[in-house]
Design a protein around this ligand. Structure first.
Ligand code: ZN
Length: 547
């Protein structure tokens, strides 16, 4: 019906065209018009049939999807240390006919899986890493860690690969049967919480032959957007200072404290903060504060995230950080020995054509049906956190529109930005989490191995599967997407990597934290041979709420 009315509108407009074409004009060969930048293209009968079949396939994989969501949740691994998650996904993809190249871009827990042949090449990606200190029993509406102090999926990165793999396998079955040409790639957003890898994927040419990148990220609703996204890009830099040791009491004047440099840099930055643009974000942690108090710290280091809404503004902010570090070294009589880029992310820009095609599919799917238990859990945690008890999403949002820079008030980042400036890309958001949560917190874990996450992932997989059908069977989508990319998105902005030539992936990050907790966490890995769900394995009553 939607398409019929859209078509009717076209005829209506044409009928009122004020100047009819003359016979002479009609005879002339018109210059080829650029393709329209819309992804709203009616399904022909074959596409409609294949879409209906894809939906049935995804529906039949509900248990498979749930197992993936629960399994990765139970690993709860931090960025660059996603060893178990990596092993699990690589095995799963190989078992299902994908060829997998491991350790891509020099990152042990990154891979590129591939199935099929020929064009189009569609790359399905999603993040896999967790959040420090967010261990949490799923289905429990108050803080109750599985392992105290341990990391966990306090954002929901355990669910996106399930969305992609289910969608890919549904399509693979149909493509094999009907001999539909095309290549499906699957890749993990390794260490996304450190924005640590995607710029390296680009640098190493992993997306060189990719036609479209379909990214997916957990959200509170089923949605997609195009154009400049809200939020920021970021560069993540560690400043390392060096001084000289001395007896802190006996001869402190002989020492030069690298920790002084760190503190002076932070004080300087915090004074400067008031005079930085409102949309910027910056934060730091001290990664090395010295060894013990009676030894003047010879080495110390501080790790900053600098965030801004555009690439030029981000470069300016980074320069201020570098100046602050140099000033701190001068004041403390120490040396700034190294600046290490630990991660980076371009501000995101999503493709209009692919977003519109995706949104048409989202409207066909709608939101999952939530049970009373699902809504009870959501409202209980909202009450616990003192936010509006709105429950779960019950209506779809509109197609997300570009955020003009003047209206961008800043926020989070994602290194999918780097992919989005190299290949037409969208991020599909799927409703596996609860609205109103703070992010990077135990509360963001509680839904992520429950029916809320499972239903949300199935809804996401359906949307992803239908968009795959569109891209495989409507060649004009790829053509239009690239035309938008070339003539609109990159018309006045050229991608320059934020990582410098000498930078390499920071694969050592989080090693110590995981070494501290892994043995204890291993006792709670999901065992699908014994239990249907992770909730069942943990013996959790769903939902568990404060009385
Ligand atoms: Zn994320």
């Amino acid at each position: 019906m939607r398409f019929v009315s859209a078509l009717a509108l076209v005829f209506f407009t044409a009928a009122f065209s004020p100047v009819p074409l003359s016979a002479g004009q009609q005879d002339q060969e018109p210059a080829p018009a650029p393709p329209p930048h819309t992804g709203v293209i009616p399904d022909d009968e074959r596409v409609a049939t294949l879409k209906a079949e894809a939906l049935v396939e995804v529906e039949n994989m509900r248990d498979f999807t749930q197992q993936m969501v629960d399994q990765i949740f139970s690993f709860g691994e931090l960025g660059f240390q996603e060893v178990e998650t990596h092993k699990y996904l690589v095995n799963l993809l190989r078992t299902n006919g994908f060829s997998v190249e491991e350790g891509v871009a020099g990152i042990p827990t990154a891979f590129m899986a591939s199935w099929g042949s020929g064009k189009p090449v569609i790359a399905l990606g999603s993040d896999i890493d967790g959040i420090p200190q967010s261990s949490q029993k799923p289905g429990v509406a108050y803080r109750d860690p599985i392992v105290e102090g341990a990391p966990g999926h306090g954002e929901g990165h355990n669910s996106g690969m399930a969305v992609n793999i289910t969608a890919a396998l549904a399509l693979k079955k149909i493509m094999e049967r009907d001999k539909i040409p095309g290549t499906i790639r699957i890749w993990p957003g390794t260490a996304e919480e450190l924005v640590g890898t995607k710029a390296y994927f680009i640098r190493d040419g992993l997306f060189k032959d990719v036609d479209v990148a379909l990214f997916t990220h957990v959200g509170r609703n089923l949605g997609v957007s195009w154009g400049a996204a809200g939020g920021t890009g970021l560069v993540s830099v560690e400043y390392q200072f060096e001084g000289e040791t001395a007896h802190s009491a006996g001869a402190p004047w002989r020492g030069r404290s690298a920790l002084d440099a760190v503190e002076l840099m932070n004080i300087g930055w915090n004074y400067r903060r008031e005079h930085l643009a409102l949309e910027h974000r910056s934060h730091y942690i001290v990664t090395n504060g010295g060894d013990q108090p009676n030894v003047v710290p010879r080495t110390a280091a501080v790790w900053y995230y600098f965030r801004q809404t555009t690439y030029p503004k981000l470069m300016d902010l980074w320069k201020i950080g570098d100046q602050m570090a140099e000033g701190a070294a001068i004041m403390s009589g120490t040396t700034l020995v190294n600046t290490r880029v630990l991660g980076s992310a371009w501000p995101r820009h999503f493709n209009k054509v692919i977003a519109e095609a995706t949104y048409e599919n989202i409207k066909k799917i709608g939101l999952p049906e939530w049970s009373e238990a699902d809504v009870t859990l959501a409202k209980a945690v909202q009450k616990e956190l003192g936010v509006r008890e709105q429950g779960l999403a019950t209506s779809l949002g509109r197609l997300g529109q570009p955020v003009p820079d003047a209206q961008n008030r800043g926020g989070g980042s994602d290194d999918i930005g780097d992919i989005s400036w190299n290949v037409p890309t969208v991020t599909l958001s799927f409703p596996s989490n609860i609205p109103g949560l703070p992010g990077h917190n135990w509360a963001d874990s509680i839904a992520m191995a429950t029916p809320i996450a499972h239903k949300g992932a199935t809804a996401g997989a359906k949307a992803q599967a239908l968009t795959l059908v569109d891209i495989l069977l409507k060649p004009e989508i790829v053509e239009r997407a690239w035309d938008y990319f070339r003539t609109v998105q990159t018309k006045d902005m050229t991608y320059e990597p934020l990582i410098r030539a000498e930078d390499t992936p920071a694969i050592d990050l989080n090693r110590n934290i995981m070494a501290t907790y892994r043995d204890e966490m291993r006792k709670f890995y999901f065992d699908p041979t014994k239990y249907k769900t992770y909730l069942e394995q943990l013996g959790i009553t769903y939902p568990t709420i404060k009385k």
